[in-house]
Design a protein around this ligand. Structure first.
Ligand code: PLP
Length: 430
């Protein structure tokens, strides 16, 4: 919202004060918003009949966020030893943690086993052997899920169903690899088969993709029962619930999405003649994405006349592809506003770009900003809470921005700003 001075406020804190205190650029998280989205997911999926909701840590992770989501009743899914360390440091009990990864190292597997991670999702035949060896050595019986690919991939409004999936994740149901993985796990005393995992994709706006996936998973679950006498007790359907980045993005309401997905799965299980397993989900983006805003300071304003006489104004900010790679990587779209003041300026065709040595270093490709934007103004880019800090880099030796939580007019450091000294400390010759 805007305050009486016309400046954007996040969690009750004026963006100009945030920059004065913590420097620009800066990621700001509205703590109340993140917490309420986490609770909203828990409530919605619980009401729809799901047993567990895990927060997908890869969207953004720090100990503060691990505490927010676990206080809201969520578990956490991690995909590396580093993410697991953060979650453990936050004091999250092992049994509330689930571990992913298509190439977990032996050290990561051992850390997960000794931390008592509740579920490990196995992704390959190699890993089954590695995991069983480690668990056997440690005298642990580890509950595992098998990540399956069912040939359905969902992206925003569409889903693509294919017989064959040409990608690195999971074990294919169609090829028989998934059934073979379950057979091998059943023979290993150090592993206990708990169920299946199927993650469809990202930025999913409706339940259509889940229809096809649920039918395929249900049929596979039945074949495991009939052919191997194995019961799928848990079915984890992953994350991917979409959010609005720009006008026109219109994802289903959280509760409605929960209701539709869970009822589709129950209907498919009924039809396949099996009991519906306990359901689990792993939203990441939809919890932390909308809670985050990036504030940048404008450094230069450069109008460029295009061939057809149209002028596009390049507005350079003090960050870019190092703090938000999504535009360059996936052509992601974002909304941006002039944040430090109100303006009566005419809308001007603009492109918000970073300060890196790449012409593809674009934050917001096409937008309209007031024609009176000048160096020193602050811009705010919305919905950057997910997959921006977590995918950030030090390209061009830029220190990564701080992540600040704002709540009821107060601020707290979630991750401090990196310094050039931090980066130089890695170089023994510097
Ligand atoms: C990325 C991922 C998620 C979270 O996806 P969102 O789009 O952030 O909800 C959940 N589960 C798995 C296995 C993932 O790879």
């Amino acid at each position: 919202m805007r305050n009486s001075a016309g400046a954007l406020e996040i969690g009750g804190v004026d963006c100009r004060d945030l920059v004065a205190r913590y420097q620009s650029p800066i990621y700001v998280l509205d703590e109340a918003d993140a917490r309420s989205r986490a609770r909203g997911f828990r409530d919605a999926y619980e009401s729809a009949g799901a047993a567990t909701v895990y927060y997908a840590a890869k969207a953004f992770l720090a100990t503060a966020v691990a505490k927010w989501v676990t206080e809201a009743g969520l578990g956490i899914d991690v995909a590396s030893g580093g993410e697991l360390e953060v979650v453990l440091r936050a004091g999250v009990p092992g049994d509330q943690i689930l571990m992913h990864g298509n190439n977990k190292s032996m050290a990561e597997i051992e850390l997960a086993l000794t931390a008592g991670v509740g579920r490990i999702v196995v992704d390959s035949f190699d890993e089954i052997v590695r995991l069983a060896d480690a668990a056997g050595r440690l005298g642990i019986v580890q509950q595992v899920l098998v990540r399956v690919t069912v040939g359905v991939e969902a992206h925003t409004h569409e889903f693509i169903a294919t017989a064959h999936e040409d990608q690195k994740f999971g074990l294919s149901v169609a090829s028989g690899d998934a059934a073979e993985a379950v057979r091998r796990i059943a023979k290993l005393p150090a592993l206990a088969f708990a169920g299946l995992h199927s993650h469809l994709g990202s930025q999913i706006f409706d339940a259509a993709g889940f229809n096809e996936a649920a039918a395929r998973v249900a049929a596979f679950t039945r074949s495991l029962r009939d052919e191997q006498g194995v019961i799928v007790r848990e079915l984890n359907l992953g994350g991917g619930m979409g959010i609005a980045y720009v006008d026109g993005d219109d994802p289903l309401d959280v509760a409605e999405m929960a209701r539709q997905i869970c009822s589709v799965v129950r209907a498919e299980c009924d039809q396949a003649g099996i009991e519906t397993p306990e359901l689990a989900f792993e939203p990441g983006r939809a919890i932390i994405g909308p809670a985050g805003v990036t504030i940048y300071e404008v450094g230069t304003v450069k109008p460029i006349e295009l061939d057809d006489g149209i002028v596009r104004t390049y507005i350079s900010v003090d960050g870019g592809m190092s703090d938000n790679i999504r535009t360059a990587l996936y052509g992601a779209q974002y909304s941006v506003v002039l944040a430090s003041r109100l303006s009566a300026g005419e809308p001007m065709l603009s492109r918000v770009v970073g300060k890196h040595c790449e012409s593809g270093d674009i934050v917001v490709r096409d937008t309209w900003l007031p024609a009176d934007v000048v160096p020193g103004d602050l811009l705010a880019v919305a919905a950057t809470g997910a997959y921006c800090r977590s995918m950030s880099s030090n390209y061009n030796y830029l220190p990564r921005p701080a992540v600040i939580a704002a709540h009821a007019g107060n601020t707290a450091v979630v991750l401090r700003r990196e310094t050039t000294e931090d980066l130089l400390a890695l170089d023994p010759g510097a």
